[in-house]
Write a protein that binds this ligand. Structure first.
Ligand code: NAG
Ligand code: NAG
Ligand code: NAG
Ligand code: NAG
Ligand code: NAG
Ligand code: NAG
Ligand code: NAG
Length: 312
């Protein structure tokens, strides 16, 4: 049997050298996927320079912004960021079912809704729709993208969510940026995000958040968190001390103009990794300077290396 297998693989190599090398080197793209890319690009009013260059190359795997798996030849990356395109998000993208990395940041999708069919890309690990001028409700279908590790929907100020329950299934999530998304109705936001135990970066700046539970119903899960940005919100609650008890790995904390009420709890001294702390603006309502004094008086609790950047 082994001998047969050896002969077969030798044969394959010969066939391979005879002109099917594309299959193995991944240097050639699949016709149907190329057509999908072309149709998708036709949804834009103003093709960019790099998109125009697509026309002069048969092989879509070498197009700028496109990357193929070099074993299967499938398109796995489509990165059109900062090409200043404007137009529609066409369903022809469904012809690229193996996409892992999709970056559409800074494309103007003319105030449309985020299409629900985006949940069909089961292999997606990276989705960047930052500053894409999408509007309306974020589709809960995103919860079907169970391999997602990076999700950026920031910077539009015209997206909203009523709850984040769909996020529960995204347990591989590492970086989540929903800055600018209207989350005022997502009262359980913290509970929902608490299920993401791999989260290392969470940015919820300017999300119109008002609730920040002083006590979590269950234990805190996101202990890998290194970056937390809650600036520009309207919390009218006290700064919860559990945050400090559990954030041993926090390197960056931004509470600038978050309108938290109260002063820093003693547990602040637990944040031994903290390097950047922004308490500027109305971060701690009422008695900010006092809280800072309180913080300075906590020298005994403070991490051996003080935050290198401290704003208040
Ligand atoms: C496969 O692709 C990666 C980049 O995605 C590249 O670094 C690598 O050299 C390629 N391998 C082969 C065998 O072509
Ligand atoms: C998304 O794209 C923007 C703009 O291109 C970039 O600044 C940001 O870092 C990206 N987000 C992630 C999570 O990579
Ligand atoms: C995707 O999510 C939606 C809403 O959560 C659900 O109704 C739908 O069945 C899911 N589709 C697939 C293919 O999993
Ligand atoms: C912590 O995360 C794990 C994995 O995502 C999840 O199964 C568990 O329910 C979470 N625990 C709490 C207290 O939320
Ligand atoms: C946080 O830790 C302090 C001691 O450092 C303890 O007194 C306090 O009860 C803890 N708070 C929570 C919410 O775990
Ligand atoms: C904190 O957030 C504010 C508002 O989003 C931003 O202007 C500021 O640069 C951030 N601070 C740091 C230290 O990154
Ligand atoms: C801060 O909270 C206290 C009660 O905990 C309340 O009396 C006070 O009005 C609050 N201050 C502001 C500015 O919200």
């Amino acid at each position: 049997m082994e001998g047969v297998a050896l002969v077969l693989s030798l044969l394959l190599i010969v066939v391979n050298l005879d002109g099917f090398s594309c299959v193995y080197s991944g240097s050639h793209c699949i016709e149907s996927e190329k057509n999908a890319l072309i149709k998708f690009s036709q949804g834009f009013k103003n093709p960019s320079q790099s998109m125009l260059s697509w026309m002069f190359d048969e092989n879509c795997c070498s197009w700028k912004g496109v990357e193929c798996d070099n074993k299967t030849g499938h398109v796995i990356t489509l990165d059109l960021h900062k090409q200043f395109l404007q137009g529609e998000f066409r369903t022809s993208l469904l012809g690229l079912p193996h996409l892992r990395h999709l970056d559409m940041s800074h494309i103007d999708f003319l105030g449309e809704r985020i299409p629900e069919f985006i949940s069909s890309f089961k292999d997606l690990e990276y989705l960047n729709l930052s500053k894409t001028n999408f509007r309306g409700m974020i589709p809960e279908h995103l919860g079907n993208l169970s391999r997602l590790q990076f999700l950026d929907l920031s910077g539009d100020f015209s997206l909203q969510v009523n709850n984040l329950e769909w996020i529960h299934s995204l347990f591989s999530m590492k970086i989540l940026d929903l800055s600018g998304v209207d989350m005022r109705n997502a009262e359980n936001w913290l509970h929902d995000i608490n299920l993401l135990s791999s989260l290392s970066e969470l940015r919820l700046s300017a999300c119109q958040l008002t609730t920040f539970p002083e006590l979590l119903p269950t234990s805190v899960n996101f202990t890998s968190l290194r970056i937390l940005d809650l600036s520009l919100n309207y919390f009218n609650t006290r700064i919860p001390s559990w945050l400090f008890n559990t954030s041993h790995n926090l390197v960056y904390l931004n509470l600038s103009r978050s309108q938290l009420n109260g002063s820093l709890p003693n547990a602040f001294g637990n944040m031994r990794s903290l390097r950047v702390l922004d308490l500027s603006g109305k971060s701690l309502l009422g008695n900010s300077p006092h809280s800072f004094e309180k913080m300075s008086s906590l020298t005994g609790y403070l991490p051996p290396t003080l935050p290198s950047k401290l704003k208040y």
